[in-house]
Design a binder for this molecule. Structure first.
Ligand code: ZN
Length: 297
């Protein structure tokens, strides 16, 4: 089912497409596989039962797709991952971090349908507890500390990225679990790339205000020099959310050599990924799932 699209997307050695017969394929980060502390997978649109704009592995609960299809797709991907697609947060495009500890886990097990807290990052040091985020252009980020054995996943769309969601997740792992950023490994999954994320004056201005010193390396003007919103009302630019998140991870203390960017653009590859922007909001959702592997007894 994966076809030539998947093969073409495999040029980046940071990731590998994991294919097992009878299950949907998914991407994994090679450096995390080599490290062995955590499992992390992120999905494609291949291998599911949904049709139309949701074809075929739509995993989102907030789309107009048939719920029975979404549920079946989730079961298929869970079988491929070997872990449940447990969602812990309700995404809000901000920088709040939710900690899954023993108490949170017990409360969830006692009442699986209890409302989820609003946040865009979820962290844990509990082994075997799978963390999942759903997305369709936003940058999914996984952070693993093999020394303290801690894990985080982040949903960083442009708003969350500018709000520093990824930085907040690293900081929370340091504060809650005693992690050292220099020990951490990180991966950025499929998401809208600098090739396709074109923005107007309002976002350009926010990038300037919030990322000041980085703006030259994360923003490419499309109509001449960016002069400032007050002077040029119709200015356009392409923004590199991958680079911003990587710079935020480095600023937080991670080593550049331990940050891997999948460079899989959701908008460029309609055969492989859903894209909220490309498909004008009528589209499915992808999922990134990560879990700390249980240590051998
Ligand atoms: Zn693209």
């Amino acid at each position: 089912v994966s076809g030539s699209g998947a093969a073409a997307a495999q040029h980046n050695p940071a990731v590998t497409l994991v294919e097992t017969s009878g299950a949907p394929p998914y991407y994994a980060f090679r450096h995390l596989q080599a490290d062995g502390t955590a499992f992390c997978g992120f999905s494609t649109r291949l291998g599911g039962v949904s049709s139309g704009p949701y074809a075929s592995l739509n995993l989102g609960s907030t789309t107009a797709d048939a719920w029975a299809h979404v549920e079946q797709n989730r079961r298929c991907l869970e079988a491929a991952y070997g872990y449940p697609l447990t969602e812990w947060i309700r995404l809000e495009h901000g920088n709040q971090v939710h900690v899954v500890d023993e108490a949170v886990l017990a409360a969830r097990q006692a009442d699986p349908s209890s409302p989820l807290p609003s946040a865009d990052a979820v962290i844990t040091c509990l082994e075997g507890v799978a963390l999942t985020i759903y997305y369709a252009d936003c940058v999914p980020v996984v952070i693993v500390d093999p020394v303290r054995r801690a894990l985080g996943v982040v949903h960083a769309g442009w708003r969350g990225t500018l709000a520093g969601a990824t930085s907040s997740a690293v900081q929370a792992m340091v504060e809650r679990f005693g992690c050292e950023p220099a020990d951490m490994l990180a991966g950025l999954g499929s998401s809208i790339g600098p090739c396709c994320f074109e923005v107007g004056a309002d976002v350009i201005e926010q990038v300037r205000q919030r990322l000041g010193a980085w703006q030259e390396s994360v923003m490419q003007p499309l109509n001449g020099t960016l002069k400032g919103a007050a002077e040029v009302r119709d200015e356009r630019a392409r923004v590199d959310l991958w680079q911003i998140n990587a710079l935020q991870l480095e600023a937080a203390g991670l080593l550049a050599s331990r940050i891997q960017v999948s460079r899989l653009c959701t908008a460029c590859q309609p055969a492989l990924f859903y894209s909220y922007r490309r498909d004008r909001r009528v589209t499915g959702r992808l999922a990134m799932t990560a879990v700390l592997l249980r240590t051998q007894v």
